[in-house]
Write a protein that binds this ligand. Structure first.
Ligand SMILES: Cc1ncc(COP(=O)(O)O)c(C=O)c1O
Length: 383
């Protein structure tokens, strides 16, 4: 009954681990969850209030596919304020999360066999989405500090390369591409006529210095780049499902056509709330970042205190991606045994294209980090 296309999609191992952890919790066992890819903070109050008001005022009808003018103006202001980037409203579109934006972009850009270069470790959905669009993922392996280098991009180029996908700060490693390398990458993209998809959903969580978008290196690269972002992580609004992007009008138009026949506009209430999130007070973002930074330092130092575990201090996002290979286990074995024997939940790195590491989210309470890391340390050192 099921199409080959649907059959080719890999089920998520993350879900299997999370389900197992839930089952253990229901059995009354202590679990320490480090699997989540979302902030544990509530959506800011000013945003919630606007959402409630939108419901009460019956803002409950279809909007334009690309989003209301109010929201697109808020996105325009955000790019101007945070990235020094100027876009017209017809160069902006909004969808149900960063994920839908990426999906629309791949479908709009890739013909069968067109190559999309991306770095590993990568966020799991990229590969599935590129495959679904019948493109070919070309994976450039990063190791050590996990920072993508321009020379690696250059080596991966072929006549069929059409898209270059960047994700900085990166999920799962937290790595940030060095600005000098990013500039060189922008030059390579322009010279080779690549379209750059720059996934910047972790933009505010850069702990040293400030985020730099590749689109900021001049007119030529800006015209070839789709900057993708979302309110999901920045404002702790993952469930509201609101992503946005800005880039070449031709690409935006194609994406709007796809969205018009799949989901239409993103939720109207979420659009109102997102406009407030993007243009209202930004202090809550800073507070969340400060809390994450403290938790990052705590988690990374506890990981590094464990015999056989190595963890570079991640520069951004809210994940640690330690190397566990000295334990002699692969990432799946490590994650499932750790969960079964201690209740500590981590995601196997193989999910992200690296079997030597596991991913831990520090978007969780300090107390959980302290207790969970202590459990993990005792377990690792007994092995
Ligand atoms: C790197 C990356 N890009 C995009 C997304 C999608 O975010 P959204 O919830 O806005 O669809 C995620 C979510 O985990 C992510 O980690």
């Amino acid at each position: 009954m099921i199409s080959l296309k649907a059959q080719a999609i890999k089920p998520s191992a993350t879900l299997a681990i999370t389900a197992k952890a839930k089952e253990m919790k229901e059995q009354g066992k202590e679990v320490y969850l480090f699997g989540a890819g979302e902030p544990d903070f509530p959506t800011p109050l000013n945003v919630k209030k606007i959402g409630i008001k939108a419901i009460e005022e019956n803002y409950s009808y279809y909007t334009a596919v690309a989003g209301s003018n109010e929201l697109k103006k808020a996105v325009q202001e955000k790019f101007r304020r945070d990235n020094n980037l100027e876009y017209n409203l017809d160069e902006i579109t909004c969808g149900a999360g960063g994920k839908q934006i990426l999906f629309n972009a791949f479908i709009s850009l890739l013909n069968k066999g067109d190559e999309a270069i991306l770095a590993s470790p990568y966020w799991v959905s990229y590969i599935e989405q590129i495959n679904f669009a019948e493109g070919k993922p070309v994976i450039v392996k990063t190791t050590g500090d996990f920072k993508l280098k321009a020379s690696q991009v250059e080596k991966a180029l072929t006549k069929k390369t059409k898209v270059l996908l960047l994700n900085s700060p990166n999920n799962p490693t937290g790595a940030i591409i060095d600005e000098k390398e990013l500039k060189k990458i922008s030059e390579i993209a322009v010279q080779n006529n690549l379209t750059v998809l720059s996934d910047e959903v972790y933009e505010p969580f850069v702990y040293e210095g400030k985020h730099k978008s590749i689109a900021g290196f001049g007119k030529e690269i800006k015209e070839k780049t789709l900057v993708i972002n979302a309110v999901s992580k920045t404002y702790s609004m993952t469930g509201w499902r609101l992503g946005y992007c800005a880039g070449p009008k031709e690409l935006i138009n194609a994406m709007n056509k796809i969205q018009a026949h799949s989901t239409s506009n993103a939720c109207s209430i979420s659009q109102k709330a997102a406009a407030e999130a993007l243009t209202g007070q930004q202090e809550s973002v800073q507070e969340m970042k400060n809390a994450f930074q403290k938790r990052r330092d705590l988690m990374a130092s506890m990981l590094n205190s464990m015999k056989g575990i190595k963890c570079d201090i991640p520069g951004g996002a809210f994940y640690c991606f330690p190397d566990i290979s000295e334990t002699g286990m692969n990432s799946t074995e490590f994650a499932s045994k750790l969960l079964e024997e201690t209740g500590v939940t981590v995601i196997p790195g193989i999910e992200f294209g690296n079997d030597k590491c596991v991913r831990l989210s520090y978007a969780t309470k300090e107390e959980t980090i302290k207790n969970g890391m202590q459990k993990m340390k005792e377990w690792v050192e007994k092995k």
